[in-house]
Design a protein around this ligand. Structure first.
Ligand code: GLU
Length: 508
């Protein structure tokens, strides 16, 4: 009699990582698809840590995987299951198979088996009990009586196995092409295919969504379900993720783990959005979607059949789009975390300025790293400010000229009222005109004086966010550095002054 698996009612799905490394992008996508499906259907999303391989699994990696899932916002509905806790049940299931005549004892060691397999391959026949020498009924009874160790092999019946994969469609495998396979090793440990089936039955899993590297395991698993008298779950095998070079995505491709993306300043919202679109599409032209929208739109029938390519450019682009959607309140703590200590202390004290700077830099950034880079100089203490040498060579090449332009800018900045973007723009442009130079010739040296580099948000935004006092202080410091350059030789290697002519600010 066939026992009904719990396919009635709401779906139960699971993500089943092996804790042998960081959560990689492929695993995270599997987790996400399971999550989206469960939430869309009002079902349950479960986590099973497949830690039976004691040598390769580690508690630390389990912790990393849990952290990564939490960071992505993929909350599970029940406490995680540890596969290693189920070993007794796995063995009991194998015993059931043996007692019902669906498994056989194999006494052959690795070498003997390899020999048999090689011969059968040549003859084009599958591995069966009768093919292994010394495995007749009488010999088996004698070996059991002698206490010889044995593995248990599943005895594949005649016929064929068919399952209907939601992504790949119906698949049929003739049993004549399948070898009898091990269920329990001679040391008493269960193999992956058995443990997965036993656990999925125990957890009441209704749909198995996983990478299509497991497609070839599926006929074996379906056979085990049937042998245990349980209706198999539905399967959806998601095509692999490839790197930009067309090879299966791996560490070689850089940010292949959730951890690495996180370190590179990718927002969880952006990574989730990106992963969802790797092998699935909402069916319209939407690209920027949050988790709630993804849950709403997700369906298994729009999982794509062909492999998808991990495009780091697109991830950054999506990240930029998600940055725009975030409030400064939400982003400021992330930026703060990435600032060097000195700037972080100051930005913490100057919260209003931090929020305003965050709002400004988010429009120009694709990663939070780049936001932090742009935000940093706003909070650098005067005495710590340094000048990018390449920019100095270009924009302060002629110190006397730079001094003249900065001084003109300084006068305007000191007196412009109100001190706002548009008024500053008008007064500074007028000052450049008075010197009969293009505005850029004044703004670039000024930018370098204010921010220490030739790249920054718009100069009038920089001025308003620094404020009048801090802007003037910075210009004065730059004027001193330029004066030192002027007297210390034009090729001074230090932008603050040539060796032997330290700036008055330097703690000499
Ligand atoms: N532990 C397996 C893996 O990490 C997943 C098994 C499954 O989803 O059935 O590839």
């Amino acid at each position: 009699m066939v026992k009904e698996n719990k396919t009635e009612g709401s779906p139960r799905v699971r993500f089943a990582p092996s804790p042998t490394g960081y959560l990689h992008v492929g695993g995270a996508r599997t987790a996400l698809f399971n999550y989206l499906f469960a939430r869309n259907q009002g079902g349950s999303f479960l986590l099973r840590i497949e830690d039976t391989d004691r040598e390769r699994s580690s508690g630390e990696m389990t912790g990393q995987i849990l952290d990564a899932m939490e960071w992505l916002g993929l909350e599970v509905d029940e406490p995680p299951v540890h596969q290693a806790d189920g070993i007794e049940r796995h063995s009991a299931d194998v015993r059931t198979l043996f007692e019902t005549g669906k498994a056989w004892r194999c006494f052959a060691d690795q070498d003997e088996l390899a020999e048999v397999r090689a011969r059968l391959r040549e003859e084009g026949r599958p591995l069966r009990r009768q093919e292994v020498p010394g495995h007749g009924d009488e010999e088996t009874a004698a070996r059991v009586a002698a206490g010889e160790p044995f593995a248990l092999f599943y005895a594949i019946p005649g016929g064929a196995t068919t399952f209907d994969d939601i992504v790949h469609g119906p698949t049929t495998v003739e049993h004549a092409h399948m070898d009898d396979f091990v269920l329990l090793r001679s040391d008493g440990t269960p193999v992956y295919n058995l443990a997965v089936v036993s656990d999925d039955i125990e957890m009441g899993i209704t749909h198995v969504l996983r990478g299509d590297d497991h497609l070839s395991n599926t006929p074996k698993q379906v056979l085990i379900y049937e042998a245990l008298g349980v209706t198999p779950p539905l399967f959806a095998h998601v095509p692999m993720i490839l790197g930009p070079d067309g090879k299966r995505l791996s560490k070689r491709h850089g940010a292949a783990s959730v951890e690495a993306c996180r370190e590179e300043g990718i927002l969880p919202e952006a990574l989730v959005n990106f992963l969802a679109l790797l092998g699935w599409s909402p069916g319209d032209d939407r690209e920027v979607m949050d988790l709630a929208e993804l849950v709403e739109a997700f369906s298994l029938d729009r999982i794509l059949k062909k492999s998808s390519v991990f495009d780091p450019e697109k991830l950054e682009w999506l990240n930029g789009r998600h940055l725009q959607l975030k409030t400064a309140e939400r982003l400021a703590p992330v930026v703060l975390e990435l600032l060097p200590d000195i700037e972080r202390d100051r930005a913490t004290r100057e919260r209003e300025r931090l929020l305003a700077v965050t709002d400004l830099v988010k429009t120009r950034a694709r990663t939070v790293e780049s936001m932090a880079d742009q935000a940093r100089p706003f909070f650098t203490p005067l005495e710590e400010l340094s000048y990018d040498e390449k920019a100095a060579q270009q924009h302060w090449k002629n110190p006397a000229e730079a001094i003249e332009r900065l001084s003109a800018a300084r006068n305007v900045i000191e007196t412009t009222e109100p001190f706002d973007h548009d008024t500053l723009e008008a007064t500074l442009r007028a000052a450049a005109e008075r010197l009969e130079i293009g505005a850029g010739k004044m703004f670039q040296p000024l930018r370098l004086a204010l921010m220490g580099s030739a790249e920054s948000p718009g100069i009038f935004d920089v001025l308003t966010l620094l404020g009048r006092e801090r802007s003037v202080e910075r210009i004065d410091r730059a004027l001193e550095a330029l004066a030192a350059r002027n007297s210390g030789g034009l090729d001074s290697s230090s932008p603050v002054g040539s060796p032997g002519s330290p700036s008055p600010e330097s703690p000499s």
